[in-house]
Design a protein around this ligand. Sequence first.
Ligand SMILES: [Zn+2]
Length: 421
Amino acid sequence: MDKAQLKPDERRIQSAVEALAGFVDESKPGWTRRPFTRWYEESRRWLTEQMTEAGLAVRIDAASNLIGRLPGTDDTLPPIVIGSHTDTVTGGGRFDGIIGVVAGLEIARLLQESGYRLRHPLEIVDFTAEEPSEFGISTIGSRGMVGNLSEAMLEQKDPNGLVLREALDSIGGRTSEMAAEARKPGDAALYLELHIEQGPVLEQTGHKLGAVTGIVGIHRHRIIIEGAPNHAGTTPMGLRADALAGFCEIGLAFERHCSAHGRDAVGTIGRLANEPNASNVVPGRVIFELEIRSLDTELSDAIYAFFSVEAREIADKRGLVFLEEQLSKSNPVLVQPEVLALVEKGCASVAPFIRLPSGAGHDANQMAVIGPIGMIFVPSRDGRSHCPEEWTDYGDTTAGVAAIAAAMLAFDGDSGGSGDE
Ligand SMILES: [Zn+2]
């Protein structure tokens, strides 16, 4: 067959998304399917049936990820992996993660119907527990697959005292074998993930598809501004060291430094404590945490450095003490130019697209440890996600599946051999 003919079926994609939306905890808002719950197990049973019908050999790996595999004509090659997650946040939607797994399932069905065989083996993965969990860890399954789920993480407990190790084993994992089974660099030929954008850029620019250039790194800092708590009535304005007033000026300076770089960086002060936080006391101390996200580590460092200099000047001028501490620094994951070219080729064959970075983390962050990654975004209505209103048109979702399929075929054909039997 002509491999350009892998045309996804929109009705089938819609019915798969709707079927998964049936396995939800109705005592919670939205479409809630938390990992390690009855609804999660039911949805996985359904997915297992669907994968089997699509001709995939289904298994659960040591980290409890659900994997459907199709052999390649050269089964000695590492697999092309297509995946995402079917767990949701509490009060979440029907599309985040889910469409990435449905994309894999649809592509397996199209291959089955067409009789076309890839050179590479193909693996469709539903990664366990991608969203932030009660164990304080996210991307649990993909971490486990690539050897990034430490013994200390496995011993984490949820608020009910359940240990993560036991939770993973209860849904078919074999955590005692996880380290030995962990995949290594080179164990994936390519990882592809279709995901909702979770932001407004595609919708506002009128594009169906986004070729993801990379996943931002996150730099987090904690800052303490020390002033002098004092009586709010008897301390004249000119004799105060008001930590919160200082914070206001410093916070606006932070916003200005982050805004100076277009779409290349975003910065947020999302956490703040004001002490003593009493209406009749001049604030004596403000503790806040800020983060900067960018694909460019040097830019993040530079934004923070310039901000920090200005913040100290503001603090000095106001008689405040400025203390800073870096909390964490994760590196960006960049899509390799060859893979981005394939992803763009896949997108271009379907609909107009733009390049954009991913401001949120994904299972792709972990999969980048073992192979090159590519991601495609489809629009989120009003830019919303992690809420019941989360919506992506089925036509756009179908365009995304077609683009992933095209990128997969281009990669399978490009990296030697024709794939034809
Ligand atoms: Zn997701």
